[in-house]
Design a protein around this ligand. Sequence first.
Ligand SMILES: CC(C)(COP(=O)(O)OP(=O)(O)OC[C@H]1O[C@@H](n2cnc3c(N)ncnc32)[C@H](O)[C@@H]1OP(=O)(O)O)[C@@H](O)C(=O)NCCC(=O)NCCS
Length: 171
Amino acid sequence: MLKLIKPTYKYRKSFLKSLDELEKGPAGIFDGDLARTNFKAYLTRVQNYENGINLAKGIVPASTFWLIDNDEFIGGVSFRHKLNKNLKEYGGHIGYSIRPSKRKKGYGTKMLALTLKRVKRFGLKKVMISCDHDNIASQKIIKGNGGILQEIVKTKLNPHNKPTMKWQIDL
Ligand SMILES: CC(C)(COP(=O)(O)OP(=O)(O)OC[C@H]1O[C@@H](n2cnc3c(N)ncnc32)[C@H](O)[C@@H]1OP(=O)(O)O)[C@@H](O)C(=O)NCCC(=O)NCCS
């Protein structure tokens, strides 16, 4: 059964395995070093991040969600509770990654759908999501979830130095 959950010890092994996959392919949104060395500390950090505790300057509170299917870690989402100047320019409210071995199976589209349902609780009326102009998969995921393209910009904040598409989804 497909579910979107908060990170938990229960799926530690599966999550760590996915980090190994990510190392072989393009990096995802996971910062795996702490998870590998001290999973409990990693969970505490995730919790603190959500509650706005010990955040570095310029970092806004964000929730992390995991997509689980049949007791297996499939992918992860970061949901920024609000946008600061940088996130408005690049990054937006939501970032996501599906583990390489589970891509092109429809999980990305479903994970964003579940995330949008979930974040309605935060009282937002719309979310902004950005992606590289050549990230076809991400564009399809966003469009498939009602995304409307707002603009394509050049920003120094894009680590890939590519034009950035900025999308809006009404909740
Ligand atoms: C982008 C990403 C989340 C897509 O996840 P996914 O589970 O493969 O997505 P889906 O299976 O739901 O595919 C959505 C659509 O994109 C297509 N697609 C998937 N991967 C693709 C690729 N590499 N090239 C072109 N199209 C692709 C699918 O065929 C599907 O098309 P359809 O709707 O016409 O059937 C995943 O590739 C990933 O984690 N990439 C690295 C991190 C990243 O780019 N995150 C997004 C940042 S904005």
